[in-house]
Design a protein around this ligand. Sequence first.
Ligand code: AMP
Ligand code: MG
Length: 495
Amino acid sequence: MSENRTISTNKILLKNTFIKLPNLFYTKQLPDNIPLPHIFILNDKLANDLGMDLSFLQSKEGTEFLSGNQVLENTNPIAQAYAGHQFGYFTMLGDGRAILLGEYQAKSGERYDIQLKGSGRTPYSRGGDGKAALGPMLREYIISEGMHGLGIPTTRSLAVSVTGETIIREEILEGAVLTRVAKSHIRVGTFEYASKFLGKESVKALADYTIKRHYPRIAENQKNAYHVYHNLLQQVIKKQAYLIARWQLAGFIHGVMNTDNMAVSGETIDYGPCAFMDRYKPDTVFSSIDTKKRYAYQNQPTIAMWNLARFSETLLPLLDSNPSKAIEIAEKEVMEFAQLYQRYWLDGMGKKLGIFSVEKEDIDLIKQLLDLMQKYKADYTDTFFQLSRGTAEQLEIYPAQGFQQWLKLWKNRLSSQNHSKEEVQKIMQQNNPTIIPRNYLVEEALEAAVKKQDNSILKKLVDALQNPYDYENIPLQYTKIPKDNSCSYKTYCGT
Ligand code: AMP
Ligand code: MG
């Protein structure tokens, strides 16, 4: 590495524990040299929360660091190897346009990956150019920060830099690099890669690393090693059940739930063609390439379970010495996903409707509402928002046949519990956002940013997305339901 490509500073310290794994798990790789790095947007709040030196990030050296034009002295940037099932088919993948700069220890003590996306080609790039365009990187910035505001586990966005390069897609676009922060980038696909190409010892090494990093308590008090990995499987399944329930409750559609886009930490990762559903329509798909609707809203829980089955297969040799016993354990745990998911979802739906202690019998009441919403093309977020505000009569669905009857049933259910109206309203408001990153809001912000170099609309939107449960200060300009209720919005991958 030439001298002018490294930054010598004590303002930020990065380690890389991942490189202690067998070396086929990664390739040492520097991000590309870029002509004119410039920070387009910096997440000051995240930097502060992490305990990073903001003045360093805002400096000339900070720009070099965040954009990957220079790397910190004595660090080991790498591209990670992984495989994955894409739309059901197994493929070798890896970081084709991402570089893990290293791990940063936040003031909370937690360790976070600092990764660049769009930083150039790697040995895993296949035919790609390793680059990213400004629009999609800003889109990830907005939506991931919106997810964080909603309290949904997610990777975060620290900055988006423009590179001074143009990149070629269907049109010529401005190049950009996203600086992503994640609990780790270990994917179900990383386990699949180890299992398929490296063998049992490497799977074990990866599992041990994952446990140490994400589930350190698992290693305590276990009768034998098999229990440790069995417990890892349980924990990963539980985290995913919770995550997918949160997605469903928020109306979030990931769009490309391939196994390489499922993080074992339980964070939402890889914001490509994702989008929030406006009107309630369970078969909604926004991704232009998902022609068979594999990753439709209503399929996300089953797909997650399918992905977890792939994960469980990679752990088989670590679950029991007897292969059929190992399969039995894996199958039982994967099946458990359905119950866990249902419990998280039902509990969340209960809260959205002000029901403190939700019972199985409440499913009918919930389902009736969802059916009405579907039938009358009601906006998902707005329906719960107006119910939480006590302004149901403002809903378009209000006069619809069956809705009054449903309201009556719902109110009866609420009065059957031992909670005041205020308590009910409070729990609803804590669980029904006033604002989500709606497609039209995201597009408005991106249009100004990409076409006019104006990041002010984007900044305002991201700020508002930080407090979606604040009913004292409702950002009314963001609560409008889109005029186009046709679900015709289209999203794209890997741009
Ligand atoms: P994704 O659909 O974004 O999860 O990406 C799937 C795979 O394609 C990953 O291995 C990415 O690293 C890779 N990839 C996506 N875009 C590019 C690109 N422009 N150049 C190289 N690799 C890419
Ligand atoms: Mg991906």
